[in-house]
Design a protein around this ligand. Sequence first.
Ligand code: ZN
Ligand code: ZN
Ligand code: FE
Length: 761
Amino acid sequence: MQGVGFRPFAHALATGLDLGGFVGNDADGVFAEIEGTPEAVKEFLAALRKDAPPLASIERISTRPMRPTGASTFVIAPSQAAGQRRTLVSADTATCDDCLAELRDPGDRRFGYPFINCVNCGPRFTIITGVPYDRPLTTMAAFAMCPECAGEYQDPANRRFHAQPTCCPKCGPRLWLTGPAVGGEPGAEPAVEPLGRAAQLLSGGLIVAVKGLGGYHLAADATSESAASALRARKHREDKPFAVMVATLREAQRLCEVDDTARALLTGRRRPIVLLPRLAEPDVRLADAVAPANRQLGVMLPYTPLHHLLLSQMAGPLVLTSGNVSDEPIAYADDDARTRLAGIADAFLGHDRAIHIRTDDSVVRVARGRESVIRRARGYAPEPLPVLVPFTRPVLACGAELKSTFCLGKDGHAFLSQHIGDLENLETLRSFTEGIEHFKRMFDVRPQIVAHDLHPDYLSTKYAQDLAASAEGAGLELVGVQHHHAHIASCLADNGVTGPVIGVAFDGTGYGTDGTIWGGEFLVADLAAAERAAHFAPVAMPGGASAIRQPWRMAAAYLDAAYPGGLPDKFAFLGVRQRNDAHWDAVTGMARRGVNAPLTSSAGRLFDAIAALVGVRDQVNYEGQAAIELEQLAAPSETGSYRAHQDGDDGQPLIISGTDLIGAVADDLAAGVGLEVIAARFHNAVADLIVTTCEALRERTGLAAVALSGGVFQNVLLTGKVVEQLESSGFTVYTHSRVPCNDGGISLGQAVVAAARPRGQ
Ligand code: ZN
Ligand code: ZN
Ligand code: FE
């Protein structure tokens, strides 16, 4: 990667070891010629890898002996212009310790300056407008360096040598504070000290929009019930949890359990939101409206100097949520933010360094002792993921529809885009199409293959088809990849394996090869191909998409399928039946006649049905809410389970009966079993049926490796049980880590499938 301080590092290393020669970069990366004593040369090579600068990514070091030229000094060779296109762009990086020390040092010329950065930290991906990565092609182009900054920039011994976004209070961006609560105009000479005043407003319970690295956040005092509730009301976000930013690791530990892995994630250079288990009795009381009825809390530490300065003036944690009205993409342009957030924010804390690429905060959690990425965005994108099967022809993969990402594949690298959002409004679609063009230019990829989902109505599918039909798309090969095959392939790529495996793909919705909606799938799959080996028996989704928004409809459809002769009298008491009495017969009738009631084998819909049945909720306000709350409800210590039968003739997929579980849950409800116990038994039952089905498929195929993918495996309780039981049954189990198991991983899966599939298939 360029601009990570590798050449100065090599220079300092060689000089310290009395080596002669030079270091430079070309199309393939960094090269160096060194001469000196054998011991010094050996030490140089060892240190090159071991002590490399934080943002350098070393894939390979190759060496060959040369005839000495008698060089006694070591120099940095000038950059080759031709070499710059290939170099990679690094992700945005949290403020480093050296910069933090300067930020807090009253004697430093950048004391208290909210835009301090260096070659080891600061904005990258979000400010790059083109390649090569050089100041004129960043949003820092508008700021001419002062002589002092220019001197540092040109000095190989300085931490700011070739640090493209470097600046200081004399020559760099400025903060401004505006909005109804303060008056003033952006860009005008501030009448007040913006940071201190913003902190005051926040402490007073007001809502402040704060410009971050990849977009605007909305900030509010996380300990103030009225501030947090006002933010919810104004954002139209009913109950989806907010994330909080805390000043220090210690503050995080006062709210949540933080294990070693979580600590490394919280304090690392990527600085994602880390989902942590909340302490039963936290030292700091957060407002209930922050994350209502949730055992987890999304926590992050400051990652820009602006955040550090702001948090240092606050007494407690801040809610920091994306700057948007519910479901819209995050605002990142100043004018747009002031328009769209006008009804939400009382003030705007912004600045004149533009954001070029909208990028949300990343979200991760710890699972099986390692990082598990749920939303991959700021701090991660656009770092490439190495792949096992190289892209012999460059690929563009267009992803799915919800939690959309795209992926470009070239040689041994997959460039997975940041989380873009749900492709349902024009603004998100524009981010998607412009993002593809930006990535193509940045990484010099000219796709020959375009991979897409099989769903004909996904905007990403239409984009792929339109592209192939356009003039510039002449000669492009279109490759359709089944949704759940893409899930499993992305899990394989995430783990650096190629299969074949038993792939368990459980999610809400994915278009099947038979035109029905799949989502509770067992596939026998490798990268090139997948075959459906087992699945839930399909049930109707009465009302189609409204069955997704109203889980009670799935409960009705499932109960009707379980008791086709009519609901037995003993179930007349069922809450879900009584609460929805007015529409019950219409909905079950719809399911029976198959009118506007597509069939689905979705595991997500089964979770919804059970959640409604036990009374968790009849309607959802965000995707997956019913299942998440069902998971929260489950009593962790319960060991009881239910049994779901499976059938299947030889050579045919096994069919698993979801209605068995519905009947068992209804029976437990009738018997007065506690809801926490029922929720736990259901989770145990799903884990059991996954394990028994995998065992049956191992009998049939001889395969003893299982890959788990799909959004349902965001369920920690379920995934933990499944992994443990599969492993004790002798399976090798692959789960997601670097790439989301939800639809954010689909584009990577499509890309590796397209690369592995023989030409023309
Ligand atoms: Zn730094
Ligand atoms: Zn300066
Ligand atoms: Fe999916």
